[in-house]
Design a protein around this ligand. Structure first.
Ligand code: BV8
Length: 240
Protein backbone atom coordinates (compact mmCIF):
# COMPACT_ATOMS: atom_id res chain seq x y z
CA UNK A 1 0.00 0.00 0.00
CA UNK A 2 2.11 2.98 -1.20
CA UNK A 3 1.68 6.32 0.54
CA UNK A 4 1.21 9.13 -1.98
CA UNK A 5 3.96 11.82 -2.11
CA UNK A 6 1.22 14.34 -1.35
CA UNK A 7 0.21 12.54 1.88
CA UNK A 8 3.89 12.11 2.84
CA UNK A 9 4.41 15.88 2.44
CA UNK A 10 1.29 16.69 4.47
CA UNK A 11 2.50 14.25 7.15
CA UNK A 12 5.98 15.76 7.29
CA UNK A 13 4.63 19.32 7.53
CA UNK A 14 1.82 18.58 10.00
CA UNK A 15 1.98 20.53 13.25
CA UNK A 16 -0.88 18.86 15.16
CA UNK A 17 -1.75 15.18 14.59
CA UNK A 18 -4.47 13.11 16.24
CA UNK A 19 -4.85 9.33 15.92
CA UNK A 20 -7.95 7.30 16.90
CA UNK A 21 -7.31 3.56 17.16
CA UNK A 22 -9.66 0.60 17.48
CA UNK A 23 -9.38 -3.15 17.93
CA UNK A 24 -7.86 -3.58 14.44
CA UNK A 25 -4.54 -2.08 15.54
CA UNK A 26 -4.13 -4.98 17.99
CA UNK A 27 -5.27 -7.67 15.52
CA UNK A 28 -1.65 -8.37 14.43
CA UNK A 29 -0.77 -8.83 18.11
CA UNK A 30 -3.24 -11.71 18.22
CA UNK A 31 -5.99 -9.81 20.06
CA UNK A 32 -9.36 -10.83 18.57
CA UNK A 33 -11.37 -7.93 17.11
CA UNK A 34 -15.05 -7.53 17.90
CA UNK A 35 -16.57 -7.36 14.43
CA UNK A 36 -13.73 -8.41 12.17
CA UNK A 37 -13.98 -11.34 9.78
CA UNK A 38 -17.71 -10.86 9.38
CA UNK A 39 -18.59 -12.31 12.77
CA UNK A 40 -19.27 -10.30 15.88
CA UNK A 41 -17.65 -11.37 19.15
CA UNK A 42 -20.04 -13.51 21.19
CA UNK A 43 -19.75 -14.97 24.65
CA UNK A 44 -21.81 -18.08 25.42
CA UNK A 45 -24.24 -17.03 22.69
CA UNK A 46 -24.57 -13.47 24.01
CA UNK A 47 -23.61 -10.77 21.49
CA UNK A 48 -20.73 -8.51 22.49
CA UNK A 49 -22.84 -5.45 23.23
CA UNK A 50 -24.98 -7.58 25.60
CA UNK A 51 -22.18 -9.19 27.66
CA UNK A 52 -20.23 -5.90 27.69
CA UNK A 53 -23.11 -3.80 28.97
CA UNK A 54 -24.02 -1.81 32.07
CA UNK A 55 -27.10 -4.04 32.44
CA UNK A 56 -25.00 -7.22 32.67
CA UNK A 57 -22.92 -5.67 35.47
CA UNK A 58 -26.14 -5.13 37.39
CA UNK A 59 -27.70 -8.49 36.51
CA UNK A 60 -24.76 -10.89 36.36
CA UNK A 61 -21.38 -9.49 37.43
CA UNK A 62 -19.95 -13.03 37.70
CA UNK A 63 -20.61 -13.59 33.98
CA UNK A 64 -19.03 -10.22 33.11
CA UNK A 65 -15.94 -11.19 35.11
CA UNK A 66 -15.75 -14.59 33.39
CA UNK A 67 -15.79 -12.79 29.99
CA UNK A 68 -13.13 -10.27 31.02
CA UNK A 69 -10.94 -12.83 32.79
CA UNK A 70 -11.06 -14.95 29.63
CA UNK A 71 -9.97 -11.93 27.52
CA UNK A 72 -7.23 -11.03 30.00
CA UNK A 73 -6.02 -14.63 29.72
CA UNK A 74 -5.79 -14.27 25.92
CA UNK A 75 -4.02 -10.92 26.30
CA UNK A 76 -1.30 -12.42 28.55
CA UNK A 77 0.41 -13.85 25.43
CA UNK A 78 -0.04 -10.75 23.24
CA UNK A 79 2.72 -8.25 22.55
CA UNK A 80 2.58 -4.81 20.91
CA UNK A 81 3.05 -5.00 17.12
CA UNK A 82 4.84 -2.64 14.65
CA UNK A 83 1.72 -0.46 14.47
CA UNK A 84 1.84 0.29 18.20
CA UNK A 85 5.59 0.97 18.04
CA UNK A 86 5.19 3.27 15.03
CA UNK A 87 2.66 5.42 16.93
CA UNK A 88 4.97 5.47 19.96
CA UNK A 89 7.59 7.02 17.61
CA UNK A 90 5.10 9.56 16.27
CA UNK A 91 4.76 11.20 19.69
CA UNK A 92 8.32 12.55 19.16
CA UNK A 93 7.78 13.67 15.56
CA UNK A 94 5.14 16.35 15.99
CA UNK A 95 4.83 19.52 18.04
CA UNK A 96 1.39 18.36 19.10
CA UNK A 97 0.47 14.66 18.99
CA UNK A 98 -2.58 13.00 20.54
CA UNK A 99 -3.27 9.27 20.69
CA UNK A 100 -6.88 8.32 21.44
CA UNK A 101 -7.83 4.66 21.75
CA UNK A 102 -11.08 2.72 22.04
CA UNK A 103 -9.02 -0.31 23.05
CA UNK A 104 -8.81 -1.57 26.61
CA UNK A 105 -5.76 -3.85 26.04
CA UNK A 106 -3.03 -1.43 27.21
CA UNK A 107 -0.79 -2.32 24.25
CA UNK A 108 -0.14 1.33 23.33
CA UNK A 109 1.36 1.92 26.79
CA UNK A 110 3.45 -1.24 26.53
CA UNK A 111 4.81 -0.03 23.15
CA UNK A 112 6.03 3.19 24.78
CA UNK A 113 3.21 5.64 24.08
CA UNK A 114 3.25 8.00 27.03
CA UNK A 115 -0.07 9.85 27.06
CA UNK A 116 -2.87 7.63 25.77
CA UNK A 117 -6.48 8.82 26.01
CA UNK A 118 -8.25 5.54 26.86
CA UNK A 119 -11.89 6.36 26.07
CA UNK A 120 -13.15 2.90 27.08
CA UNK A 121 -10.98 2.22 30.13
CA UNK A 122 -8.39 -0.50 30.65
CA UNK A 123 -8.92 -4.26 31.07
CA UNK A 124 -6.13 -4.49 33.67
CA UNK A 125 -7.89 -2.12 36.05
CA UNK A 126 -10.94 -2.76 38.20
CA UNK A 127 -13.11 -0.36 40.20
CA UNK A 128 -15.34 -0.64 43.23
CA UNK A 129 -19.05 -0.81 42.38
CA UNK A 130 -19.77 1.36 45.44
CA UNK A 131 -17.00 3.86 46.20
CA UNK A 132 -15.32 3.67 42.75
CA UNK A 133 -11.86 3.07 44.25
CA UNK A 134 -9.62 1.77 41.44
CA UNK A 135 -7.33 -1.27 41.50
CA UNK A 136 -4.47 -2.08 39.11
CA UNK A 137 -4.26 -5.79 38.21
CA UNK A 138 -1.23 -7.62 36.80
CA UNK A 139 -1.70 -9.59 33.60
CA UNK A 140 -1.07 -12.72 35.69
CA UNK A 141 -4.00 -11.94 38.02
CA UNK A 142 -6.33 -14.29 36.14
CA UNK A 143 -8.85 -14.76 37.62
CA UNK A 144 -9.01 -11.13 38.72
CA UNK A 145 -8.18 -9.94 42.20
CA UNK A 146 -9.21 -8.29 44.47
CA UNK A 147 -12.78 -9.60 44.45
CA UNK A 148 -13.99 -6.93 46.88
CA UNK A 149 -12.95 -3.37 47.70
CA UNK A 150 -10.49 -3.06 50.59
CA UNK A 151 -12.09 0.24 51.60
CA UNK A 152 -15.82 -0.52 51.66
CA UNK A 153 -15.98 -4.28 50.96
CA UNK A 154 -18.35 -3.86 47.97
CA UNK A 155 -17.71 -5.97 44.84
CA UNK A 156 -15.31 -4.70 42.19
CA UNK A 157 -15.97 -4.66 38.42
CA UNK A 158 -13.77 -4.27 35.32
CA UNK A 159 -12.75 -0.59 34.97
CA UNK A 160 -13.95 -0.61 31.36
CA UNK A 161 -16.67 1.57 29.76
CA UNK A 162 -19.49 -0.78 28.78
CA UNK A 163 -22.34 -0.12 26.36
CA UNK A 164 -24.78 2.31 27.91
CA UNK A 165 -22.11 3.82 30.19
CA UNK A 166 -20.62 7.30 30.12
CA UNK A 167 -17.08 7.70 28.85
CA UNK A 168 -14.46 9.24 31.20
CA UNK A 169 -15.31 12.89 30.61
CA UNK A 170 -11.76 14.22 31.09
CA UNK A 171 -10.38 11.88 28.42
CA UNK A 172 -13.33 12.40 26.08
CA UNK A 173 -13.32 16.20 26.33
CA UNK A 174 -9.55 16.35 25.74
CA UNK A 175 -9.93 14.01 22.75
CA UNK A 176 -12.74 16.19 21.41
CA UNK A 177 -10.66 19.38 21.82
CA UNK A 178 -7.63 17.83 20.07
CA UNK A 179 -9.88 16.55 17.25
CA UNK A 180 -11.03 20.16 16.68
CA UNK A 181 -7.47 21.54 16.72
CA UNK A 182 -5.52 18.99 14.68
CA UNK A 183 -4.60 19.39 11.01
CA UNK A 184 -4.24 15.65 10.38
CA UNK A 185 -6.50 12.91 11.86
CA UNK A 186 -5.87 9.18 11.41
CA UNK A 187 -8.58 6.54 11.99
CA UNK A 188 -6.75 3.24 12.42
CA UNK A 189 -8.32 -0.21 12.78
CA UNK A 190 -11.83 0.73 13.75
CA UNK A 191 -15.19 -0.22 12.25
CA UNK A 192 -16.32 3.33 13.19
CA UNK A 193 -19.60 1.98 14.58
CA UNK A 194 -19.23 2.88 18.26
CA UNK A 195 -20.10 6.38 19.41
CA UNK A 196 -19.19 8.90 20.68
CA UNK A 197 -15.62 7.69 19.88
CA UNK A 198 -16.19 7.39 16.12
CA UNK A 199 -17.69 10.90 16.16
CA UNK A 200 -14.21 12.33 16.87
CA UNK A 201 -13.24 11.72 13.23
CA UNK A 202 -16.29 13.68 12.11
CA UNK A 203 -15.45 16.54 14.47
CA UNK A 204 -11.90 16.65 13.08
CA UNK A 205 -13.11 16.68 9.50
CA UNK A 206 -15.71 19.41 10.15
CA UNK A 207 -12.99 21.43 11.88
CA UNK A 208 -10.81 21.35 8.75
CA UNK A 209 -8.47 18.40 9.42
CA UNK A 210 -7.38 16.01 6.68
CA UNK A 211 -8.89 12.59 7.48
CA UNK A 212 -6.92 9.39 6.76
CA UNK A 213 -8.31 5.88 7.26
CA UNK A 214 -6.04 2.83 7.68
CA UNK A 215 -8.03 -0.40 7.49
CA UNK A 216 -7.95 -3.52 5.28
CA UNK A 217 -11.74 -3.23 4.93
CA UNK A 218 -14.21 -0.48 4.04
CA UNK A 219 -16.08 1.16 6.94
CA UNK A 220 -18.93 3.71 7.24
CA UNK A 221 -16.16 6.31 7.67
CA UNK A 222 -14.40 5.45 4.37
CA UNK A 223 -16.48 7.74 2.17
CA UNK A 224 -15.87 10.62 4.54
CA UNK A 225 -12.06 10.32 4.46
CA UNK A 226 -9.65 12.36 2.33
CA UNK A 227 -7.23 9.44 2.08
CA UNK A 228 -7.86 5.70 2.45
CA UNK A 229 -4.89 3.35 2.99
CA UNK A 230 -6.41 -0.08 2.41
CA UNK A 231 -4.02 -2.26 4.41
CA UNK A 232 -3.00 -3.62 7.80
CA UNK A 233 -1.92 -1.13 10.46
CA UNK A 234 1.26 -3.10 11.22
CA UNK A 235 2.31 -2.81 7.57
CA UNK A 236 1.13 0.72 6.76
CA UNK A 237 2.03 2.80 9.82
CA UNK A 238 5.78 1.96 9.73
CA UNK A 239 5.87 3.29 6.13
CA UNK A 240 5.42 6.91 7.26
C1 BV8 B 1 -22.39 6.28 25.65
C2 BV8 B 1 -15.23 -1.68 26.14
C3 BV8 B 1 -23.43 8.19 26.62
C4 BV8 B 1 -15.97 -2.93 26.48
C5 BV8 B 1 -16.50 -0.75 24.30
C6 BV8 B 1 -24.47 8.10 19.65
C7 BV8 B 1 -23.86 8.87 20.64
C8 BV8 B 1 -23.55 8.30 21.87
C9 BV8 B 1 -23.83 6.94 22.11
C10 BV8 B 1 -24.43 6.18 21.14
C11 BV8 B 1 -24.76 6.74 19.92
N1 BV8 B 1 -25.32 5.76 19.17
C12 BV8 B 1 -25.36 4.60 19.87
C13 BV8 B 1 -24.85 4.82 21.07
C14 BV8 B 1 -24.76 3.80 22.11
C15 BV8 B 1 -23.44 3.02 22.07
C16 BV8 B 1 -23.00 2.66 20.68
O1 BV8 B 1 -22.18 3.34 20.10
N2 BV8 B 1 -23.54 1.57 20.15
C17 BV8 B 1 -23.15 1.14 18.82
C18 BV8 B 1 -22.81 -0.34 18.83
C19 BV8 B 1 -24.31 1.47 17.88
N3 BV8 B 1 -22.41 3.78 22.73
C20 BV8 B 1 -22.28 3.66 24.08
O2 BV8 B 1 -23.03 3.01 24.77
C21 BV8 B 1 -21.14 4.45 24.70
N4 BV8 B 1 -21.62 5.21 25.83
O3 BV8 B 1 -22.76 6.60 24.56
O4 BV8 B 1 -22.72 6.97 26.80
C22 BV8 B 1 -22.52 9.29 26.14
C23 BV8 B 1 -22.96 10.14 25.13
C24 BV8 B 1 -22.16 11.18 24.67
C25 BV8 B 1 -20.90 11.37 25.24
C26 BV8 B 1 -20.45 10.50 26.23
C27 BV8 B 1 -21.26 9.43 26.67
C28 BV8 B 1 -20.10 3.50 25.28
C29 BV8 B 1 -19.45 2.72 24.17
C30 BV8 B 1 -18.27 1.95 24.75
C31 BV8 B 1 -18.58 0.47 24.73
N5 BV8 B 1 -17.36 -0.26 25.14
N6 BV8 B 1 -15.42 -1.40 24.73
C32 BV8 B 1 -15.22 -4.16 26.04
O5 BV8 B 1 -14.11 -4.03 25.46
O6 BV8 B 1 -15.74 -5.25 26.29
S1 BV8 B 1 -16.73 -0.53 22.65
C33 BV8 B 1 -15.89 -1.72 21.80
O7 BV8 B 1 -16.14 -1.47 20.43
C34 BV8 B 1 -14.40 -1.71 21.92
O8 BV8 B 1 -13.89 -0.66 22.74
C35 BV8 B 1 -13.97 -1.47 20.51
O9 BV8 B 1 -12.76 -0.84 20.40
C36 BV8 B 1 -15.09 -0.64 20.07
C37 BV8 B 1 -15.22 -0.31 18.64
O10 BV8 B 1 -14.92 -1.43 17.92
P1 BV8 B 1 -13.60 -1.37 17.03
O11 BV8 B 1 -12.46 -0.95 17.89
O12 BV8 B 1 -13.86 -0.55 15.84
O13 BV8 B 1 -13.40 -2.88 16.69
P2 BV8 B 1 -14.20 -3.73 15.61
O14 BV8 B 1 -13.92 -5.16 15.88
O15 BV8 B 1 -15.61 -3.24 15.52
O16 BV8 B 1 -13.51 -3.33 14.20
C38 BV8 B 1 -12.16 -3.68 13.96
C39 BV8 B 1 -11.74 -2.97 12.70
O17 BV8 B 1 -10.36 -3.23 12.50
C40 BV8 B 1 -12.47 -3.48 11.46
O18 BV8 B 1 -12.86 -2.37 10.68
C41 BV8 B 1 -11.40 -4.30 10.74
O19 BV8 B 1 -11.54 -4.22 9.33
C42 BV8 B 1 -10.14 -3.60 11.16
N7 BV8 B 1 -8.94 -4.42 11.14
C43 BV8 B 1 -8.82 -5.76 11.27
N8 BV8 B 1 -7.51 -6.10 11.21
C44 BV8 B 1 -6.80 -4.95 11.03
C45 BV8 B 1 -7.70 -3.87 10.99
N9 BV8 B 1 -7.31 -2.60 10.81
C46 BV8 B 1 -5.99 -2.37 10.66
N10 BV8 B 1 -5.05 -3.35 10.70
C47 BV8 B 1 -5.43 -4.64 10.88
N11 BV8 B 1 -4.48 -5.61 10.89
Amino acid sequence: MPISPRLKEIFQNAKSVCVLTGAGISAESGVPTFRGGGNAAVWKGMPFDQISSARMVRENLNEVWEWFDYRRGVLKDCEPNPAHFALAEWQNRFADFTLVTQNVDGLHHRAGSREVLELHGNINRSSCTNCEKRFQMNAEDVPHKPEVCDRCEARVRPDVVLFGEMLPMDAFLKAEQKSRECDLFFVVGTSALVYPAAGLAEIAKFSGARLVEINPEETPMTGFCDEVLRGKAGEVLPLF
